[in-house]
Ligand binder design. Structure first.
Ligand code: ATP
Length: 303
């Protein structure tokens, strides 16, 4: 039996270009892994099957969370891909302990896929290196290579081409989690609709964001946070503007949506400030739940 812990990701900037011929949008993003963790436990099974069960932590509703417990689960897809790549025929029972909000723009499904790759790789003794796994991960989803890698990294291509970033400091985040998730696909479709008559420039990572990370300057990082999907996500969920406002009224150093939303994220000065922001969000009842996390942290790791 092997158990792997995998972090959530946030995008400190998310530059989105016009869709490519293959339908994917070119991205210029900076990922950070934060210490909200899912766990994936892989146990050997005798019959060569691949199975998955999902367990939720806390009181988030199982119904609204709707994570498939069949072949559509990204963890199963990852295990299957690893078998195809290595020719291994062993099976595995995967048990996912879910903490990362579902459909929250924090790449929870991709995180479980990354964890399943690392866990099954160990369980089956395939001998693939972490670099091999990162390469394989590009076939599952754009965020999966980063979730194996962890830390802070620039993501190019459709997000899967990652390169590490020189960064200092540890950052305190507060998340406002919505009761109902947003489909990433729907947000990108809305982005295309809103930009149909506009010239969408090639996305770039802002220099001031990289400078803030090099300096370990949280205040400058807060000013440099950006997300090109904001307009589209707010168009689908106008009430998210009010959520961002609550954090800004508490002097958050920065407030943006995480990925395609609807999770909103706030940069705090320190732990105490993070608690203030979380308290204000909870008492204003603008979200279903709050979470605090610190980043950067390592990617998917065996426990
Ligand atoms: P991203 O930030 O990568 O765009 P997200 O965080 O918004 O994604 P996920 O939590 O990854 O969204 O879930 C998106 C959908 O993927 C879910 O609604 C669910 O149906 C499906 N899914 C498949 N496998 C998983 C998994 N292991 N965990 C969560 N969702 C999964």
């Amino acid at each position: 039996m092997t158990t792997v812990r995998v972090p959530a990701k946030i995008n400190l900037c998310l530059g989105v270009g016009a869709p490519r011929e293959d339908g994917f949008h070119p991205l210029a993003t900076v990922y950070q892994a934060v210490d909200l963790y899912d766990e994936v436990r892989a146990t050997a099974v005798a019959d060569g099957s691949l199975r998955v069960t999902v367990h939720f932590d806390g009181d988030r509703d199982r119904e609204t969370a709707a994570v498939p417990e069949d072949d559509n689960n990204l963890a199963i897809r990852a295990a299957r891909l690893l078998r195809e790549e290595t020719g291994i025929t062993d099976g595995a029972a995967l048990a996912i302990r879910k903490v990362i909000p579902v459909a929250g723009g924090m790449a929870g499904g991709s995180a479980d896929a990354a964890a399943a790759l690392v866990a099954c790789n160990e369980l089956w003794g395939t001998g693939l290196s972490r670099t091999d796994l990162e390469t394989l991960a590009t076939g599952i989803g754009s965020d999966v290579p980063f979730l194996i890698h962890g830390g802070i990294a620039v993501g190019g291509g459709r997000g899967e081409l990652i390169s590490p970033v020189l960064a200092r400091g540890s950052y305190h985040w507060v998340f406002a989690i919505a009761a109902v998730g947003l489909s990433t696909k729907a947000v990108y479709a809305e982005f295309d609709r809103l930009n149909a008559d506009r010239d969408v420039p090639e996305p770039e990572v802002p220099d001031d964001l990289l400078a803030a990370l090099r300096a370990g300057d949280a205040r400058a990082l807060g000013d440099a946070l950006s997300n090109d999907l904001t307009e589209a996500a707010l168009s689908l969920r106008p009430e998210l503007a009010g959520v961002l406002d609550v954090g800004l009224e508490c002097d958050a150093l920065g407030a943006i949506l995480s990925g395609s939303g609807p999770t909103a994220m706030f940069l705090a000065r320190d732990d105490v400030h993070a608690l203030d922001i979380a308290f204000a969000l909870a008492s204003s009842q603008v979200c279903a739940d709050t979470a605090q996390a610190t980043g950067p942290v390592q990617g998917a790791r065996l426990l």
